[in-house]
Design a protein around this ligand. Structure first.
Ligand code: ATP
Ligand code: ZN
Ligand code: MG
Length: 504
Protein backbone atom coordinates (compact mmCIF):
# COMPACT_ATOMS: atom_id res chain seq x y z
CA UNK A 1 0.00 0.00 0.00
CA UNK A 2 1.02 3.54 -0.63
CA UNK A 3 -0.57 6.78 0.55
CA UNK A 4 -0.52 10.36 -0.68
CA UNK A 5 -2.21 12.94 1.48
CA UNK A 6 -3.13 16.57 0.80
CA UNK A 7 -3.30 18.04 4.27
CA UNK A 8 -4.53 21.38 5.55
CA UNK A 9 -3.31 22.82 8.83
CA UNK A 10 -5.21 25.89 10.04
CA UNK A 11 -3.25 28.21 12.34
CA UNK A 12 -4.80 30.33 15.06
CA UNK A 13 -3.74 33.41 13.04
CA UNK A 14 -1.69 34.37 9.98
CA UNK A 15 2.09 34.66 10.49
CA UNK A 16 3.30 38.27 9.97
CA UNK A 17 6.38 37.08 8.08
CA UNK A 18 4.40 34.54 6.05
CA UNK A 19 6.24 31.58 4.56
CA UNK A 20 9.58 33.06 5.59
CA UNK A 21 8.70 32.32 9.22
CA UNK A 22 8.42 28.59 8.46
CA UNK A 23 11.18 28.31 5.86
CA UNK A 24 14.06 27.79 8.31
CA UNK A 25 12.62 24.81 10.14
CA UNK A 26 9.47 23.35 8.59
CA UNK A 27 11.01 20.96 5.98
CA UNK A 28 13.32 19.48 8.65
CA UNK A 29 10.41 19.20 11.10
CA UNK A 30 8.37 17.32 8.49
CA UNK A 31 11.27 15.00 7.63
CA UNK A 32 11.74 14.25 11.32
CA UNK A 33 8.03 13.52 11.85
CA UNK A 34 8.00 11.20 8.82
CA UNK A 35 11.06 9.35 10.10
CA UNK A 36 9.47 8.86 13.52
CA UNK A 37 6.23 7.55 12.10
CA UNK A 38 7.72 5.38 9.36
CA UNK A 39 10.78 4.05 11.18
CA UNK A 40 14.23 3.69 9.63
CA UNK A 41 13.14 1.54 6.67
CA UNK A 42 9.85 3.15 5.59
CA UNK A 43 9.98 5.61 2.72
CA UNK A 44 8.05 8.87 2.74
CA UNK A 45 8.52 12.53 1.93
CA UNK A 46 7.07 16.01 1.99
CA UNK A 47 6.63 16.80 -1.71
CA UNK A 48 5.07 20.28 -1.52
CA UNK A 49 3.96 22.89 0.98
CA UNK A 50 2.38 26.28 0.78
CA UNK A 51 1.28 28.95 3.28
CA UNK A 52 -1.50 31.40 2.59
CA UNK A 53 -2.81 33.53 5.46
CA UNK A 54 -3.57 31.18 8.33
CA UNK A 55 -3.66 28.10 6.11
CA UNK A 56 -0.75 25.73 5.54
CA UNK A 57 -1.31 23.14 2.82
CA UNK A 58 1.07 20.27 2.30
CA UNK A 59 1.43 17.08 0.30
CA UNK A 60 2.99 13.96 1.81
CA UNK A 61 3.64 10.51 0.45
CA UNK A 62 4.38 7.45 2.54
CA UNK A 63 4.68 3.68 2.30
CA UNK A 64 2.00 1.60 3.90
CA UNK A 65 -0.96 3.35 5.46
CA UNK A 66 0.92 5.83 7.63
CA UNK A 67 0.70 9.10 5.66
CA UNK A 68 -2.17 10.36 7.84
CA UNK A 69 -0.22 9.56 10.99
CA UNK A 70 2.71 11.56 9.60
CA UNK A 71 0.35 14.47 8.96
CA UNK A 72 -0.87 14.34 12.56
CA UNK A 73 2.73 14.14 13.83
CA UNK A 74 3.69 17.19 11.75
CA UNK A 75 0.74 19.15 13.13
CA UNK A 76 1.76 18.18 16.66
CA UNK A 77 5.37 19.26 16.24
CA UNK A 78 4.33 22.43 14.44
CA UNK A 79 2.05 23.31 17.34
CA UNK A 80 5.03 23.06 19.69
CA UNK A 81 7.45 25.02 17.49
CA UNK A 82 5.04 27.81 16.54
CA UNK A 83 3.96 28.19 20.12
CA UNK A 84 7.55 28.76 21.16
CA UNK A 85 8.68 30.88 18.22
CA UNK A 86 5.62 32.90 17.24
CA UNK A 87 3.02 32.47 20.00
CA UNK A 88 0.73 31.10 17.31
CA UNK A 89 -1.29 27.90 17.71
CA UNK A 90 -2.67 25.18 15.44
CA UNK A 91 -6.44 25.25 15.26
CA UNK A 92 -7.29 22.33 13.00
CA UNK A 93 -5.82 19.66 10.81
CA UNK A 94 -7.63 17.77 8.08
CA UNK A 95 -6.99 15.82 4.91
CA UNK A 96 -8.63 17.45 1.91
CA UNK A 97 -7.73 14.37 -0.16
CA UNK A 98 -6.12 11.11 0.81
CA UNK A 99 -5.16 8.75 -2.00
CA UNK A 100 -4.43 5.12 -1.10
CA UNK A 101 -3.23 2.61 -3.64
CA UNK A 102 -3.21 -1.11 -2.88
CA UNK A 103 -3.78 -4.56 -4.33
CA UNK A 104 -6.91 -6.65 -3.88
CA UNK A 105 -7.44 -10.43 -4.27
CA UNK A 106 -9.25 -10.21 -7.59
CA UNK A 107 -10.56 -7.67 -10.08
CA UNK A 108 -14.02 -6.62 -8.81
CA UNK A 109 -17.04 -7.95 -10.67
CA UNK A 110 -19.36 -5.08 -9.74
CA UNK A 111 -18.92 -1.51 -8.47
CA UNK A 112 -17.86 -1.22 -4.83
CA UNK A 113 -19.39 1.54 -2.71
CA UNK A 114 -18.41 3.13 0.60
CA UNK A 115 -20.62 5.31 2.81
CA UNK A 116 -18.07 8.15 3.21
CA UNK A 117 -17.06 10.70 0.52
CA UNK A 118 -14.64 9.03 -1.86
CA UNK A 119 -13.89 7.89 -5.35
CA UNK A 120 -12.58 4.44 -6.16
CA UNK A 121 -11.11 2.97 -9.31
CA UNK A 122 -9.48 -0.30 -10.26
CA UNK A 123 -6.85 -1.26 -12.76
CA UNK A 124 -7.22 -5.04 -12.67
CA UNK A 125 -6.44 -5.94 -9.06
CA UNK A 126 -4.84 -2.58 -8.33
CA UNK A 127 -7.15 -0.25 -6.38
CA UNK A 128 -6.94 3.53 -6.05
CA UNK A 129 -9.08 4.89 -3.26
CA UNK A 130 -9.40 8.66 -2.90
CA UNK A 131 -10.96 9.73 0.40
CA UNK A 132 -12.20 13.30 0.68
CA UNK A 133 -12.46 15.69 3.60
CA UNK A 134 -11.26 13.62 6.59
CA UNK A 135 -11.22 15.68 9.78
CA UNK A 136 -8.78 15.23 12.65
CA UNK A 137 -10.96 12.74 14.53
CA UNK A 138 -11.34 10.56 11.43
CA UNK A 139 -7.57 10.69 10.82
CA UNK A 140 -6.78 9.76 14.42
CA UNK A 141 -9.32 7.00 14.37
CA UNK A 142 -7.74 5.43 11.25
CA UNK A 143 -10.87 5.56 9.10
CA UNK A 144 -8.60 5.37 6.09
CA UNK A 145 -7.20 1.96 7.08
CA UNK A 146 -10.69 0.65 7.72
CA UNK A 147 -12.01 2.04 4.44
CA UNK A 148 -9.21 0.30 2.51
CA UNK A 149 -9.84 -2.96 4.43
CA UNK A 150 -13.53 -2.66 3.63
CA UNK A 151 -12.79 -2.32 -0.09
CA UNK A 152 -10.70 -5.50 0.10
CA UNK A 153 -13.47 -7.29 1.99
CA UNK A 154 -16.18 -6.21 -0.43
CA UNK A 155 -14.18 -7.37 -3.44
CA UNK A 156 -13.57 -10.71 -1.71
CA UNK A 157 -17.26 -11.06 -0.92
CA UNK A 158 -18.14 -10.54 -4.57
CA UNK A 159 -15.69 -13.28 -5.48
CA UNK A 160 -16.66 -15.81 -2.81
CA UNK A 161 -20.25 -14.62 -2.30
CA UNK A 162 -22.61 -17.48 -1.49
CA UNK A 163 -19.79 -19.73 -0.35
CA UNK A 164 -19.77 -18.06 3.04
CA UNK A 165 -18.71 -21.12 4.92
CA UNK A 166 -16.23 -23.88 4.31
CA UNK A 167 -17.55 -27.34 5.30
CA UNK A 168 -15.62 -30.55 5.75
CA UNK A 169 -16.85 -33.76 7.35
CA UNK A 170 -15.07 -34.73 10.57
CA UNK A 171 -16.98 -37.70 11.92
CA UNK A 172 -20.13 -39.49 10.86
CA UNK A 173 -21.91 -41.97 13.08
CA UNK A 174 -23.66 -45.07 11.67
CA UNK A 175 -27.02 -44.72 9.87
CA UNK A 176 -29.93 -45.77 12.06
CA UNK A 177 -33.40 -47.09 11.35
CA UNK A 178 -36.02 -44.41 11.78
CA UNK A 179 -39.63 -45.39 12.21
CA UNK A 180 -40.84 -41.81 11.99
CA UNK A 181 -40.81 -39.66 8.88
CA UNK A 182 -43.07 -36.72 9.66
CA UNK A 183 -42.23 -33.14 10.50
CA UNK A 184 -42.38 -33.27 14.32
CA UNK A 185 -43.66 -29.69 14.63
CA UNK A 186 -46.73 -30.58 12.55
CA UNK A 187 -47.50 -33.52 14.79
CA UNK A 188 -47.00 -31.39 17.90
CA UNK A 189 -49.50 -28.88 16.53
CA UNK A 190 -52.01 -31.66 15.82
CA UNK A 191 -51.70 -32.85 19.39
CA UNK A 192 -52.04 -29.31 20.78
CA UNK A 193 -48.59 -29.65 22.33
CA UNK A 194 -47.44 -26.30 20.90
CA UNK A 195 -49.12 -23.24 19.47
CA UNK A 196 -47.58 -20.83 16.97
CA UNK A 197 -47.00 -17.71 19.03
CA UNK A 198 -48.72 -14.35 19.19
CA UNK A 199 -45.76 -12.67 17.44
CA UNK A 200 -43.45 -13.78 14.66
CA UNK A 201 -41.36 -16.91 15.05
CA UNK A 202 -42.26 -17.48 18.71
CA UNK A 203 -43.99 -20.57 20.05
CA UNK A 204 -45.96 -21.35 23.13
CA UNK A 205 -44.82 -24.70 24.49
CA UNK A 206 -47.49 -26.57 26.42
CA UNK A 207 -46.59 -28.73 29.45
CA UNK A 208 -45.40 -31.79 27.49
CA UNK A 209 -43.01 -29.93 25.20
CA UNK A 210 -41.83 -27.63 28.00
CA UNK A 211 -41.00 -30.79 29.96
CA UNK A 212 -39.14 -32.31 27.02
CA UNK A 213 -37.17 -29.09 26.44
CA UNK A 214 -36.23 -28.99 30.12
CA UNK A 215 -35.25 -32.66 29.98
CA UNK A 216 -32.84 -31.81 27.17
CA UNK A 217 -31.54 -28.94 29.28
CA UNK A 218 -31.04 -31.25 32.26
CA UNK A 219 -29.13 -33.73 30.08
CA UNK A 220 -26.82 -31.00 28.76
CA UNK A 221 -26.08 -29.79 32.27
CA UNK A 222 -25.87 -33.13 34.09
CA UNK A 223 -24.13 -35.17 31.41
CA UNK A 224 -21.88 -32.56 29.79
CA UNK A 225 -21.33 -29.36 31.73
CA UNK A 226 -21.29 -30.32 35.42
CA UNK A 227 -18.99 -33.33 34.98
CA UNK A 228 -16.50 -31.03 33.23
CA UNK A 229 -16.64 -28.41 35.99
CA UNK A 230 -18.70 -25.69 34.25
CA UNK A 231 -20.49 -23.29 36.66
CA UNK A 232 -23.67 -21.38 35.94
CA UNK A 233 -23.80 -17.60 35.55
CA UNK A 234 -26.92 -15.46 35.06
CA UNK A 235 -26.66 -12.66 32.56
CA UNK A 236 -28.94 -9.84 31.36
CA UNK A 237 -31.16 -10.31 28.33
CA UNK A 238 -30.10 -7.07 26.66
CA UNK A 239 -26.77 -6.57 24.89
CA UNK A 240 -25.32 -3.09 24.65
CA UNK A 241 -24.27 -1.73 21.27
CA UNK A 242 -20.77 -1.32 22.68
CA UNK A 243 -20.52 -5.08 23.26
CA UNK A 244 -21.67 -5.84 19.71
CA UNK A 245 -19.22 -3.31 18.28
CA UNK A 246 -16.42 -5.13 20.05
CA UNK A 247 -17.43 -8.63 18.94
CA UNK A 248 -18.09 -7.55 15.36
CA UNK A 249 -21.73 -8.73 15.54
CA UNK A 250 -23.03 -5.23 14.84
CA UNK A 251 -21.35 -5.07 11.45
CA UNK A 252 -21.95 -8.74 10.75
CA UNK A 253 -25.62 -9.25 11.58
CA UNK A 254 -27.57 -5.96 11.88
CA UNK A 255 -30.51 -7.49 10.00
CA UNK A 256 -30.87 -10.40 12.45
CA UNK A 257 -31.33 -8.50 15.72
CA UNK A 258 -34.40 -7.61 17.67
CA UNK A 259 -33.82 -4.04 18.79
CA UNK A 260 -34.91 -2.66 22.15
CA UNK A 261 -36.54 0.76 22.56
CA UNK A 262 -37.39 2.64 25.77
CA UNK A 263 -40.22 4.99 26.68
CA UNK A 264 -38.96 8.58 26.51
CA UNK A 265 -40.87 9.27 29.72
CA UNK A 266 -42.76 7.31 32.37
CA UNK A 267 -44.88 10.26 33.37
CA UNK A 268 -48.56 9.37 32.76
CA UNK A 269 -49.17 12.97 31.72
CA UNK A 270 -46.86 12.51 28.71
CA UNK A 271 -48.81 9.38 27.77
CA UNK A 272 -52.27 10.88 28.21
CA UNK A 273 -53.04 11.34 24.54
CA UNK A 274 -51.85 7.80 23.87
CA UNK A 275 -53.99 6.23 26.61
CA UNK A 276 -57.01 8.28 25.63
CA UNK A 277 -56.69 7.12 22.04
CA UNK A 278 -56.48 3.50 23.21
CA UNK A 279 -59.62 3.95 25.30
CA UNK A 280 -61.59 5.40 22.41
CA UNK A 281 -60.28 3.43 19.44
CA UNK A 282 -59.29 0.08 21.04
CA UNK A 283 -56.38 0.01 18.61
CA UNK A 284 -52.67 0.80 18.86
CA UNK A 285 -52.07 4.49 18.07
CA UNK A 286 -48.89 3.71 16.19
CA UNK A 287 -47.82 7.23 15.27
CA UNK A 288 -48.33 8.43 18.81
CA UNK A 289 -46.34 5.46 20.11
CA UNK A 290 -43.46 6.14 17.75
CA UNK A 291 -43.32 9.69 19.12
CA UNK A 292 -43.17 8.45 22.71
CA UNK A 293 -40.44 5.82 22.49
CA UNK A 294 -36.75 6.18 21.72
CA UNK A 295 -34.91 4.65 18.80
CA UNK A 296 -33.06 1.39 19.52
CA UNK A 297 -30.89 1.63 22.64
CA UNK A 298 -29.84 -2.02 22.90
CA UNK A 299 -30.34 -5.42 21.33
CA UNK A 300 -32.09 -8.50 22.66
CA UNK A 301 -29.63 -11.31 23.36
CA UNK A 302 -28.51 -12.90 20.06
CA UNK A 303 -26.00 -15.30 21.61
CA UNK A 304 -24.77 -15.33 25.18
CA UNK A 305 -20.98 -15.27 24.81
CA UNK A 306 -20.64 -11.53 24.00
CA UNK A 307 -22.04 -10.51 27.38
CA UNK A 308 -19.95 -13.15 29.17
CA UNK A 309 -16.86 -11.59 27.58
CA UNK A 310 -18.12 -8.18 28.70
CA UNK A 311 -18.25 -9.53 32.28
CA UNK A 312 -14.54 -10.36 32.01
CA UNK A 313 -13.53 -7.21 30.13
CA UNK A 314 -10.59 -5.19 31.44
CA UNK A 315 -9.80 -7.88 34.03
CA UNK A 316 -6.74 -10.01 34.67
CA UNK A 317 -7.81 -13.58 35.41
CA UNK A 318 -5.81 -15.33 38.13
CA UNK A 319 -3.90 -18.46 37.08
CA UNK A 320 -5.80 -20.50 39.67
CA UNK A 321 -9.11 -19.64 37.93
CA UNK A 322 -7.93 -20.89 34.53
CA UNK A 323 -9.34 -22.50 32.57
CA UNK A 324 -12.48 -20.52 33.40
CA UNK A 325 -15.56 -22.61 32.58
CA UNK A 326 -19.02 -21.04 32.86
CA UNK A 327 -22.37 -21.34 31.11
CA UNK A 328 -25.52 -19.22 30.81
CA UNK A 329 -29.00 -20.66 30.31
CA UNK A 330 -30.95 -17.56 31.32
CA UNK A 331 -30.75 -15.21 28.36
CA UNK A 332 -33.08 -16.30 25.58
CA UNK A 333 -31.77 -15.93 22.04
CA UNK A 334 -33.66 -13.65 19.68
CA UNK A 335 -33.03 -13.63 15.95
CA UNK A 336 -34.97 -12.16 13.08
CA UNK A 337 -35.04 -15.24 10.85
CA UNK A 338 -37.53 -13.83 8.35
CA UNK A 339 -38.11 -16.18 5.39
CA UNK A 340 -36.04 -18.96 6.96
CA UNK A 341 -38.48 -19.69 9.80
CA UNK A 342 -39.59 -23.27 10.01
CA UNK A 343 -41.30 -25.17 12.81
CA UNK A 344 -39.53 -25.29 16.14
CA UNK A 345 -36.16 -25.74 14.48
CA UNK A 346 -35.85 -22.24 13.06
CA UNK A 347 -37.58 -19.77 15.31
CA UNK A 348 -37.07 -16.15 16.30
CA UNK A 349 -36.89 -16.93 20.00
CA UNK A 350 -35.06 -20.00 21.27
CA UNK A 351 -33.50 -21.44 24.35
CA UNK A 352 -29.80 -22.01 24.29
CA UNK A 353 -27.25 -22.99 26.85
CA UNK A 354 -23.95 -21.40 26.06
CA UNK A 355 -20.83 -22.66 27.80
CA UNK A 356 -17.85 -20.32 27.45
CA UNK A 357 -14.28 -21.28 28.31
CA UNK A 358 -11.18 -19.13 28.69
CA UNK A 359 -7.65 -20.43 29.17
CA UNK A 360 -4.26 -21.05 27.60
CA UNK A 361 -4.19 -22.93 24.28
CA UNK A 362 -2.72 -25.89 26.20
CA UNK A 363 -5.78 -25.91 28.45
CA UNK A 364 -8.43 -25.38 25.78
CA UNK A 365 -7.44 -28.03 23.25
CA UNK A 366 -7.86 -30.94 25.72
CA UNK A 367 -11.03 -29.30 27.05
CA UNK A 368 -12.47 -29.39 23.56
CA UNK A 369 -11.68 -33.12 23.40
CA UNK A 370 -13.43 -33.64 26.74
CA UNK A 371 -16.49 -31.73 25.55
CA UNK A 372 -16.56 -33.77 22.34
CA UNK A 373 -16.39 -37.00 24.31
CA UNK A 374 -19.25 -35.93 26.61
CA UNK A 375 -21.40 -34.78 23.71
CA UNK A 376 -20.71 -38.06 21.93
CA UNK A 377 -21.92 -39.95 25.00
CA UNK A 378 -25.18 -37.97 25.01
CA UNK A 379 -25.93 -38.28 21.29
CA UNK A 380 -24.83 -41.94 20.97
CA UNK A 381 -25.82 -43.49 24.29
CA UNK A 382 -28.75 -41.45 25.58
CA UNK A 383 -30.45 -40.00 22.51
CA UNK A 384 -29.15 -42.62 20.02
CA UNK A 385 -29.13 -40.04 17.24
CA UNK A 386 -27.92 -40.32 13.68
CA UNK A 387 -25.54 -37.37 13.64
CA UNK A 388 -22.26 -36.12 12.27
CA UNK A 389 -19.73 -33.36 12.87
CA UNK A 390 -18.13 -31.04 10.34
CA UNK A 391 -15.28 -28.57 10.49
CA UNK A 392 -16.63 -25.25 9.30
CA UNK A 393 -14.75 -22.02 8.95
CA UNK A 394 -16.64 -18.79 8.85
CA UNK A 395 -15.95 -16.45 5.94
CA UNK A 396 -14.03 -13.96 8.04
CA UNK A 397 -11.51 -16.52 9.32
CA UNK A 398 -11.18 -18.29 6.01
CA UNK A 399 -10.14 -15.26 4.04
CA UNK A 400 -8.30 -13.12 6.56
CA UNK A 401 -4.55 -13.29 6.39
CA UNK A 402 -4.69 -13.79 10.16
CA UNK A 403 -3.99 -17.49 10.19
CA UNK A 404 -7.42 -18.87 9.30
CA UNK A 405 -6.13 -20.90 6.41
CA UNK A 406 -3.26 -22.58 8.27
CA UNK A 407 -5.66 -23.25 11.13
CA UNK A 408 -7.93 -25.00 8.69
CA UNK A 409 -5.24 -27.57 8.05
CA UNK A 410 -4.31 -27.97 11.68
CA UNK A 411 -7.88 -27.59 12.96
CA UNK A 412 -6.89 -25.62 16.00
CA UNK A 413 -8.97 -22.47 15.86
CA UNK A 414 -12.38 -22.75 14.26
CA UNK A 415 -15.82 -24.25 14.62
CA UNK A 416 -17.25 -27.75 14.72
CA UNK A 417 -20.91 -28.01 13.70
CA UNK A 418 -23.02 -30.91 14.95
CA UNK A 419 -25.68 -31.98 12.48
CA UNK A 420 -28.57 -34.42 12.71
CA UNK A 421 -30.40 -36.22 9.94
CA UNK A 422 -34.09 -35.31 9.73
CA UNK A 423 -35.96 -38.18 8.00
CA UNK A 424 -38.88 -35.94 7.05
CA UNK A 425 -36.59 -33.96 4.76
CA UNK A 426 -35.91 -36.96 2.48
CA UNK A 427 -33.00 -39.36 1.84
CA UNK A 428 -30.01 -38.81 4.12
CA UNK A 429 -27.58 -38.38 1.22
CA UNK A 430 -29.59 -35.58 -0.37
CA UNK A 431 -31.43 -33.82 2.43
CA UNK A 432 -30.05 -30.91 4.34
CA UNK A 433 -29.15 -31.98 7.87
CA UNK A 434 -30.00 -29.81 10.87
CA UNK A 435 -27.20 -28.03 12.74
CA UNK A 436 -28.23 -28.63 16.32
CA UNK A 437 -25.20 -27.21 18.08
CA UNK A 438 -21.62 -26.11 17.58
CA UNK A 439 -18.31 -25.86 19.39
CA UNK A 440 -15.68 -23.21 18.68
CA UNK A 441 -12.23 -22.15 19.73
CA UNK A 442 -11.66 -18.59 18.57
CA UNK A 443 -8.08 -18.00 19.77
CA UNK A 444 -7.45 -14.46 20.99
CA UNK A 445 -10.27 -12.86 18.99
CA UNK A 446 -12.45 -12.00 21.98
CA UNK A 447 -9.88 -11.93 24.77
CA UNK A 448 -8.12 -9.20 22.74
CA UNK A 449 -11.33 -7.37 21.81
CA UNK A 450 -12.41 -7.23 25.48
CA UNK A 451 -8.90 -6.82 26.97
CA UNK A 452 -9.10 -9.96 29.09
CA UNK A 453 -5.63 -10.78 30.36
CA UNK A 454 -3.84 -13.77 31.90
CA UNK A 455 -1.13 -13.36 34.55
CA UNK A 456 1.28 -14.67 31.92
CA UNK A 457 1.28 -16.20 28.45
CA UNK A 458 -1.54 -16.26 25.93
CA UNK A 459 -5.25 -16.31 26.67
CA UNK A 460 -7.66 -18.01 24.29
CA UNK A 461 -11.38 -18.56 24.49
CA UNK A 462 -14.13 -20.62 22.98
CA UNK A 463 -17.81 -21.38 23.30
CA UNK A 464 -20.49 -23.88 22.38
CA UNK A 465 -24.05 -23.04 21.38
CA UNK A 466 -26.40 -25.74 22.64
CA UNK A 467 -29.74 -25.13 20.93
CA UNK A 468 -32.40 -26.89 22.99
CA UNK A 469 -35.19 -26.60 20.40
CA UNK A 470 -32.76 -28.08 17.88
CA UNK A 471 -31.80 -30.96 20.19
CA UNK A 472 -35.48 -31.66 20.67
CA UNK A 473 -36.39 -31.53 16.97
CA UNK A 474 -33.41 -33.71 16.02
CA UNK A 475 -34.55 -36.28 18.56
CA UNK A 476 -38.29 -36.20 17.80
CA UNK A 477 -37.73 -36.20 14.02
CA UNK A 478 -35.81 -39.48 14.35
CA UNK A 479 -37.63 -41.16 17.24
CA UNK A 480 -41.18 -39.87 16.92
CA UNK A 481 -43.44 -38.46 19.61
CA UNK A 482 -44.38 -41.62 21.45
CA UNK A 483 -42.26 -42.73 24.40
CA UNK A 484 -42.48 -46.39 23.28
CA UNK A 485 -40.17 -45.52 20.38
CA UNK A 486 -37.64 -43.68 22.53
CA UNK A 487 -34.29 -45.12 23.61
CA UNK A 488 -34.22 -46.46 27.15
CA UNK A 489 -31.74 -43.85 28.44
CA UNK A 490 -33.91 -40.92 27.40
CA UNK A 491 -37.18 -42.59 28.40
CA UNK A 492 -35.88 -43.05 31.94
CA UNK A 493 -35.27 -39.30 32.22
CA UNK A 494 -38.38 -38.04 30.42
CA UNK A 495 -41.20 -40.38 31.42
CA UNK A 496 -43.77 -39.91 32.88
CA UNK A 497 -44.80 -37.02 30.65
CA UNK A 498 -47.22 -34.36 31.90
CA UNK A 499 -50.84 -35.08 30.97
CA UNK A 500 -52.08 -33.58 27.71
CA UNK A 501 -54.21 -30.45 28.04
CA UNK A 502 -57.46 -31.36 26.27
CA UNK A 503 -59.46 -28.84 24.27
CA UNK A 504 -62.99 -29.38 23.03
P1 ATP B 1 -28.00 -21.66 11.33
O1 ATP B 1 -26.87 -21.80 10.36
O2 ATP B 1 -28.88 -22.86 11.44
O3 ATP B 1 -28.76 -20.37 11.15
P2 ATP B 1 -26.27 -20.40 13.15
O4 ATP B 1 -24.97 -20.69 12.54
O5 ATP B 1 -26.92 -19.08 12.93
O6 ATP B 1 -27.31 -21.55 12.76
P3 ATP B 1 -25.13 -20.13 15.72
O7 ATP B 1 -25.13 -18.65 15.72
O8 ATP B 1 -23.86 -20.81 15.51
O9 ATP B 1 -26.20 -20.70 14.70
O10 ATP B 1 -25.86 -20.60 17.06
C1 ATP B 1 -25.58 -21.83 17.68
C2 ATP B 1 -26.78 -22.69 17.87
O11 ATP B 1 -27.96 -21.96 18.15
C3 ATP B 1 -27.14 -23.49 16.64
O12 ATP B 1 -26.31 -24.62 16.53
C4 ATP B 1 -28.56 -23.87 16.96
O13 ATP B 1 -28.57 -24.94 17.90
C5 ATP B 1 -29.09 -22.65 17.66
N1 ATP B 1 -29.87 -21.80 16.74
C6 ATP B 1 -29.40 -20.82 15.94
N2 ATP B 1 -30.39 -20.21 15.27
C7 ATP B 1 -31.54 -20.82 15.68
C8 ATP B 1 -32.93 -20.63 15.37
N3 ATP B 1 -33.32 -19.68 14.53
N4 ATP B 1 -33.84 -21.42 15.98
C9 ATP B 1 -33.45 -22.36 16.85
N5 ATP B 1 -32.17 -22.59 17.19
C10 ATP B 1 -31.21 -21.84 16.62
ZN1 ZN C 1 -20.54 -17.93 21.38
MG1 MG D 1 -28.41 -18.39 11.62
Amino acid sequence: MRGEIHGEITLSQALPAGRAALEPFFPALAADALRRVLGPTGAGELTAWHLEGDRLTLTLTADGSRAHQALLAIARQLREQLGKREKVGVRAVRAAHYRLTFDVDAAPERPVQLPIPHSLSFDGTHATLLLEGLDEAALRDNWSDRAAALVEEKVRRQRYGGKEQYWSLLHQGPPRDHRFDRDPTEVMIERNWVRNGPTKGRWFLGPVVAHLLRTMERIAIDEVLRPLGFEEVVQPHHDSFDILLRTGHLEGLPGEFYYVAEPKSRDPADWERFTDLVKITRAVPEEELARLVTGPVAVNCYAQCPTIYWWLSGRTIADETLPLKVYDRTAISNRYESGGRHGLERVDEFHRIEPVFVGTPEQLLPLREDLLARYRHVFDDLLELEWRTAWVTPFYLQQSGGGGVEDDRERVRGTIDFEAYLPYRGPREKAEWLEFQNLSIVGEKYTKAFTIRPQKGTLWSGCSGIGLERWLIAFLAQKGLDPEGWPEGFRRLAVPLPRDVRFL
